[in-house]
Ligand binder design. Structure first.
Ligand code: SF4
Length: 212
């Protein structure tokens, strides 16, 4: 991977952001599963997860730069008051203006991040999904309302526990099977959560029911 084609190049990143897609749907995974939400998926990611299901997001230059005002006005056309900012890795950008503008419109701002970059913006809910390919920052783990660890391999349970040491007491702890490995990993996942009930299982229900 050539990082030079992945990093954002615009000098005006706080006013315009590379938007891969934005859509209104149901949050399919994590603590807020089942709630209607407007998703804003930003392009650009250099974390490099081998099982990434949005590899098209990696190259920020492949996605149009959109004015924050336009992003927020489009979001406000939908009735949900939850805006989920995801990626890619959205924390490669200063999200201060985007989150402030969403809040002005009455949205709760939710973040989905690997934790690899500092969080710049005001969020009502921070979901950190740490990746072995680029470890999360300690400062971001401390902000997590939800720690969601993808289980792809048995060694990922240990990775989950090492990250759980860095989050606050109130943080929700979730283990989520990587979708293509779900059937293979589910039995050990169930056994693990039964033995370590501080964790819960998160499923990618949007994939199960066939929505974005
Ligand atoms: Fe894909 Fe997310 Fe990993 Fe980036 S952090 S490679 S977008 S799964």
């Amino acid at each position: 991977m050539n990082p030079s084609i992945i990093k954002p190049s615009s000098a005006n990143v706080t006013l315009r952001l590379p938007v891969m897609e934005a859509f209104y749907t149901i949050q399919g995974e994590g603590h807020h599963t089942g709630k209607a939400a407007y998703f804003i998926r930003l392009g650009g990611c250099d974390v490099g997860c081998v099982w990434c299901d949005v590899k098209d997001s990696w190259d920020a230059t492949a996605h149009p730069m959109v004015d924050v005002e336009s992003i927020v006005n489009t979001a406000a056309e939908f009735p949900s008051q939850i805006a989920v900012i995801t990626g890619g890795e959205p924390c490669m950008y200063d999200l201060g203006l985007l989150t402030a503008s969403l809040r002005e419109k009455g949205f709760k701002t939710h973040l989905e991040t690997s934790g690899a970059y500092p969080v710049q913006g005001d969020f009502d809910w921070v979901c950190v999904s740490p990746k072995k390919f680029k470890s999360p920052l300690e400062e971001v783990l401390k902000l997590a309302d939800e720690l969601k660890v993808v289980i792809f391999h048995p060694s990922d349970f240990e990775w989950a526990e090492s990250n759980a040491k860095g989050v606050g007491k109130e943080c929700k702890l979730l283990l989520q099977p990587e979708f293509d490995k779900s059937s293979k990993m589910m039995s050990s996942l169930v056994d693990y959560v039964k033995a370590h009930p501080q964790w819960s299982i998160s499923l990618q229900t949007h994939k199960i029911i066939g929505i974005p």
